[in-house]
Ligand binder design. Sequence first.
Ligand SMILES: *Cc1c(COP(=O)(O)O)cnc(C)c1O
Length: 376
Amino acid sequence: MQKTVDNPFLKQAAPGISGLHPYIPGKPISELEREFGISAPLKLASNENPLGASPKAKAAVANLLDELALYPDGGGFELRSALAAFHDTEAEAITLGNGSNDVLDLIARTFLAPGSEAVFSEYAFAVYPICTQAVGATSRVAPAHDGSIGPRFGHNLQAMRELVSDKTRVVFIANPNNPTGTWLPKDELLAFIDHLPSEVIVVVDEAYTEYVEETAYPDATQWLEAYPNLIVTRTFSKAYGLAGLRVGYGLSHPDLAELLNRVRQPFNVNAPALAAALAALGDQGHIQQSVAVNRAGMAQLIAGFKRLGLDYIPSVGNFVCVDVGRPGAEVDAKLLREGCITRPIGGYGMPRHLRITVGLEDENRRLLETLESVLK
Ligand SMILES: *Cc1c(COP(=O)(O)O)cnc(C)c1O
């Protein structure tokens, strides 16, 4: 059966769906192998941990094979207890998600509806418009910094504040942001949250927090006591190396968590994911090692970009956007033929940038060499 150009079912779909496009993920390795017959491609497209998961997490999954016929613990008791101890809070403050994207979606389904609005920044993470518009609410997108005062492409909190109105229910902030890698310092972010009306839910998405080493970078979980309208999201997909299992969580006032848990599907986090996340949380040595690998790899990529005369956006995450000086999609197509998967981000309004995940030393070298040859 053929897809039609103008989808006839769009008329019946909820109003927000017409403005949406499917999220385009990094090309899976298997797809490149199928399409180009390339073996052992290099994937630096989805901000995955190049060291993989902690061996303890792998062992926890292996130990679970005899329990696959059973439903998981729908309340995630053990993982929530461990997270509560880790964050020095109570289990009632934690909402588990099938990845933190699921938590973002729960927030939208709980607080947004047709007629209400969510505010976020230009170049912000693509999931914010998806979950906002999927429930029929309106996205209000604040222009990012142009480089005159704050970091170019970074969230402009002043511009975001100007879009907050009596229709605003949720503000999404990624710190650091993906795809730009830009970040907000403590004083600035805290002042923004402090000046928001207390009925507005403010979501601080800290998917990459483990990687950030700047001293002025805040841990927004420290503000939960003072701001009951704050939700901080974290994930096991990035530094913890468990992207394939899908587990993330929100931290908030228990009253907010209680509402999110009303909307949550009862078994949204599967049993291997619960077990692996628990084990991974207990292996902070693996996180430290991952952060060290990232620090060295980021320096290597940046040195390479400088050598090639390419501009890049300074990033505190495990990825960096490089301006290839021509349409990123063209360069991406050439890189794919050479077996390198990166992420063109034209869909974010950044047509000349590629987002590149920091890999292992050999991987970074291969990427830089291939980039040099396709740019010649
Ligand atoms: C990757 C990412 C997430 C989370 O992804 P999950 O795998 O669903 O946990 C959340 N926010 C940002 C900004 C990200 O880049």
